[in-house]
Design a protein around this ligand. Structure first.
Ligand code: 9G3
Length: 570
């Protein structure tokens, strides 16, 4: 491609509001442009990278035995009412009406659509397993779209759905998809990690895994054990219950003491010389309209996903101070379990305490010597806290947990029959009984993947794409297009390289060398060939952008050098 003819508007400065380095470079490099919050256009350069990612995804889906189809983005609301999800997702689900005022949604995912497609005709178990996938635009009206393509409101997803006649079949489909995902992310040159994950509102009793691209700007936190292979999204990571502390001797009764203005743990610790692990923290949550109290040790944090799952709720948030007063009859900041009339979820580490300090239930007072089980009933004990960095690994009990940040680029779920039963995707089993198909669903954020690769493979000057994703393999730069020798040699190399099947971007613009080099760094092709003053002796300068190594080559050496360096995923 000749750069002088290309829509490739590079920028010296990132537009304001671009919040991550990768996003800034995708804007400056002329890859994407924002149309509205969370809504992006892919310029020719961005479209080429996206297409390369799609090609890798398609090859690995085909290898896993999946068949590609394409489902509508515009879906009748009836399907979402049948599945019970129409009212569940709030404002994130984009709803609209057609000209006849019939209700529709813009698809954020396609469980309903694909199961209703299969619900049309009953299948014999002999027709299963089926693995279907699509690469298609999804719509989710995020409250705070941010970080460019990492969290958009319209984005490209590969979503696959498996249909089996047995749980063993689902395990096999799941395993094949899991392995296909590992191959896809390896071919994209990503530093990634599969982690145990929470299945969330999608349901599905069979568990799930997320695939995380490691990145300091990732929104997710991974709990990772350096000793064993354990890795889990912090939302899911099981916390270990410490051994029961036994009091030496009889414990005095709970007694109130004055703590004017001390509503927080740090205040109690600093003003009354208490230890955080000796305090019982009581937080009131509102989950799908119901109010519950969660008790965790003062040095621990509540894990809201675990609480939400224990309650089977979809939405959860800390109750506002006025709601605490109204629902618990206690002053916010001084709430405690003694005399509390709310349902209590108690973390195992609290039950392991011999005694603790808690809110007294009235302004400016706390209680000391509160004994779980004596001064308040232990109704529901569970794991309601975050695993902490440094804690013993819940899997091997040897390593100490470390936290890493990650970008979720893939998520695979065992769904079971949750959707097939509701939407009638049935099959006749070997005994002729009509049975709901056993499903799995598997997603990759294709546009998010592009941004994750950019975040992982950038330097100050630009992104360095792995050759399997790069918009072009080679950036060919005649330093001065006014110099006939340079231009002729560049054109000759352009013909030879494209003739050998390489994608080449020829910077044939009449621009100063500095401008060309800055743009080449922003565009980030794996190989750059500079045709400069050595053109007279038939020599060019070859740069491998991943290693930074530069070498002067005879024209005749160029083809082999490029072929040698274009390995598929580095
Ligand atoms: C919605 C809205 C947002 C959503 C969903 C539904 C996430 C929703 C989970 C999934 C599960 C899998 C198939 C591919 C892999 C992921 N956000 N999820 O179901 F209505 Cl507004 O999408 N779907």
């Amino acid at each position: 491609m000749r750069q002088s003819q290309m829509l490739l508007p590079t920028l010296r400065e990132a537009p304001g509001g671009a919040d991550t380095a990768g996003h800034q470079l995708l804007l400056r490099g002329g890859y994407i442009r924002q149309l509205a919050a969370g809504i992006y256009s892919y310029l020719p350069l961005g479209r080429r990278v996206l297409r390369n990612i799609e090609t890798i995804v398609r090859e690995e889906m085909e290898r896993a035995g999946a068949q590609e189809l394409l489902l509508p983005a515009l879906q009748p609301a009836e399907l979402w009412r049948e599945s019970g999800r129409y009212e569940v997702y709030g404002k994130e689900l984009i709803k609209l009406q057609d000209r006849h005022e019939r209700d529709f949604v813009l698809g954020p995912t396609h469980e309903e659509t694909i199961t209703s497609l299969l619900g049309g005709d009953i299948k014999s178990y002999k027709k299963l397993p089926l693995m279907l996938y699509q690469i298609q635009t999804k719509f989710r009206d995020e409250r705070r779209p941010r970080s460019g393509l990492l969290r958009g409101r319209e984005f490209l997803m590969k979503d696959a759905y498996s249909f089996d006649s047995s749980l063993e079949g689902l395990d096999e489909s799941y395993r094949r998809m899991y392995e296909a995902y590992c191959r896809i992310f390896e071919r994209c040159g990503l530093d990634f990690r599969p982690v145990h994950a929470d299945a969330g509102a999608i349901g599905g009793e069979g568990g799930s895994h997320e695939f995380m691209a490691l990145s300091a700007i990732g929104e997710d936190t991974l709990a990772v054990c350096p000793a064993c292979a354990y890795a889990a999204n912090l939302e899911k990571a099981a916390a270990v219950v410490p051994p029961k502390t036994v009091a030496d001797g009889a414990l005095p009764p709970a007694e109130a003491f004055s703590t004017p203005g001390s509503r927080t743990i740090p205040q109690l610790v600093s003003e009354y010389g208490l230890r955080a692990e000796g305090i019982i923290k009581t937080l009131v949550y509102e989950a799908d309209g119901q109010y519950v109290a969660v008790l965790v040790r003062g040095d621990h944090e509540v894990n809201e996903i675990k609480v939400k799952n224990a309650l089977g709720a979809v939405n959860i948030a800390l109750a506002l101070p006025e709601a605490v007063q109204e629902q618990a009859g206690m002053e916010n900041g001084f709430v405690g379990p003694v005399g509390l009339k709310l349902r209590m979820l108690i973390d195992g580490a609290v039950v392991a305490m011999a005694e603790g300090v808690t809110g007294a239930g009235r302004k400016d007072y706390h209680l000391r010597h509160v004994v779980p089980g004596r001064d308040f009933a232990i109704e529901q004990v569970g794991d309601f806290r975050n695993l902490e960095a440094g804690e013993i690994c819940p899997e091997c009990g040897a390593g100490h947990i470390r936290f890493e940040r990650g970008i979720e680029i893939g998520h695979v779920f065992k769904l079971g029959t949750k959707y097939s039963a509701k939407l009638g995707a049935m099959f006749l089993d070997a005994t002729g009984v009509n049975t709901p198909m056993i499903m799995g669903c598997y997603g990759i954020g294709v546009s998010r993947l592009l941004a994750a690769v950019a975040e992982q493979r950038l330097n100050d000057d630009g992104v360095v794409w792995p050759s399997g994703l790069a918009p072009y393999h080679v950036h060919l730069l005649p330093v001065s297009v006014k110099d006939g020798q340079q231009l002729v040699l560049a054109e000759q190399l352009y013909m030879e390289l494209t003739g050998r099947g390489f994608d080449v971007l020829l910077d044939d613009r009449d621009e100063r060398a500095g401008v060309k080099f800055k743009d080449a760094a922003l565009i980030g092709c794996p190989a750059m060939i500079v045709v400069g003053k050595d053109a007279a002796e038939g020599k060019v300068e070859y740069t491998d952008r991943r290693t930074g190594i530069r070498e002067v080559l005879e024209t005749s050496e160029v083809i082999e050098r490029v072929a040698a360096s274009m390995s598929p995923n580095h």
